[in-house]
Write a protein that binds this ligand. Sequence first.
Ligand SMILES: [Mg+2]
Length: 172
Amino acid sequence: MRKSRFGANLIPDKVFGAIQDIQPDWLRAHGVRGLAVDLDNTLAFYGQAEPEPQAVRWVRSLVDAGIPVVVVTNNSEARVRQFCAPLGVPYVFRAGKPRLRGLKQAIQMLGLPPGQIAQVGDQVYTDVWGAKRSGMTALLVSPMQKGHFLFNLRRWLEGPFIRLARREEESA
Ligand SMILES: [Mg+2]
């Protein structure tokens, strides 16, 4: 019934403060067996060439828990190849989110039905919208870089959908 509501594809299934708050136990309890993870402002600051130790630990803890991870970014191959090397996970570059091609590629790489995959990202109009239309669970995290006026503007535009997600969670 949620599907039929206008804008339903823009409502995240769950909002987290940061990637580290997304843990294997929670994922398993919600039927998630694999993750498609956005790069910029989700795993890394813009232009940050190498992952922080916390990001490496988080990705490894998931993979070790049997939850495979694919990084899906609209950024270039050079950027994501360098960033993912220490993580040891595959990636999709120039994914063109919110269009579905790159996300479908990630689903294929994970080898799971979309209903068992969660997409993790910081943007409602690219990550959440693409994830929901692909049939994946959409997990929204706070952008790593806050305070810039463009991010503030974007969060303001995303606000209604984030509030709806929180309200649905409270009433669930
Ligand atoms: Mg992002």
